[in-house]
Write a protein that binds this ligand. Structure first.
Ligand SMILES: [Zn+2]
Length: 54
């Protein structure tokens, strides 16, 4: 799959990623980084244990 820096993904996967990116950009534009759980959620998203999910 990985070849000289290029990867192959399905069109659906690309669309899903683009949608998720747009949602995140909109959330950040609307102040989600001021939400009290924001930093904890980023810890969780990075794969580390967070206080909410354990
Ligand atoms: Zn979590």
């Amino acid at each position: 799959m990985l070849n000289q820096g290029f990867v192959t993904i399905t069109a659906k996967r690309l669309r899903d990623l683009e949608e998720a990116y747009e949602e995140l950009a909109a959330l950040e534009a609307h102040g989600v980084d001021n939400w009290s759980g924001y930093s904890e959620a980023l810890i969780c998203a990075s794969g580390e244990e967070c206080e909410i999910c354990g």
